[in-house]
Design a protein around this ligand. Structure first.
Ligand SMILES: [Zn+2]
Length: 75
């Protein structure tokens, strides 16, 4: 099931060293045989951005919860 042109998705396909099946380069384990993979194009930028977004979401949730508690106690 190969396409004519390499899509962005296909650029991220790597071969699993354990079973030879396709896996994605950001995966830490093979979807077929669950072998440990080393993500080749692992970008620390992405993980730091993800961590930042998660932190912001956590802070927003805490603030929202605090506002909810304040409103509950005030009214
Ligand atoms: Zn595998």
């Amino acid at each position: 099931m190969k396409k004519k042109s390499a899509t962005a998705y296909e650029k991220h396909i790597i071969k699993c060293p354990a079973c030879g099946k396709d896996a994605l380069d950001h995966m830490t384990e093979c979807p077929s045989c669950k072998a440990k993979l080393t993500p080749l194009n692992y970008q620390p930028m992405d993980s730091s951005v993800t961590r930042k977004i998660r932190l912001v979401l956590t802070v927003v949730l805490i603030i929202a919860f605090a506002i909810f508690l304040i409103i509950k106690y005030l009214f």
